[in-house]
Design a protein around this ligand. Sequence first.
Ligand code: UDP
Length: 141
Amino acid sequence: MALERTLSIIKPDAVAKNVVGEIYSRFEKAGLKIAASKMKHLSRREAEGFYAVHRERPFFNALVEFMISGPVVVQVLEGENAVLKHRDILGATNPKDAAPGTIRADFADSIDANAAHGSDSVENANIEIAYFFPATDVYAR
Ligand code: UDP
């Protein structure tokens, strides 16, 4: 087992549904500790930069519009196997495929508005954490 950090975003749809606390509770119950946290309304440039890897995908423009449609809550989660554990709690990208009891099964309406983001590897987690938080704003837990 490895102590890892991962980047997590509660997307505008879930913030609008007022389930931020419920989602944080799920992280904590799974043994993931909040090492950094902030609410932020992304600029178009920030959203495009964050999802740059998807720039050529047909859903890119809609994804950016969605991500800037309201504030998000961004956090760094720390724990054993945090990257995979967080992805498991989120469930599949498309809520129709997400296992019962996962965040996307419970709170997401569609593959476009799917409640939350989670880094998919330790390497990407490090890049994504640095995108949102200076190292001095991430607290070892
Ligand atoms: N997305 C979308 N339509 C698609 C596939 C993805 O709108 O057909 C969005 C969705 O919000 C997803 C994000 O693009 O969370 C990034 O896609 P990825 O395949 O990386 O999924 P994730 O890692 O978020 O589960």
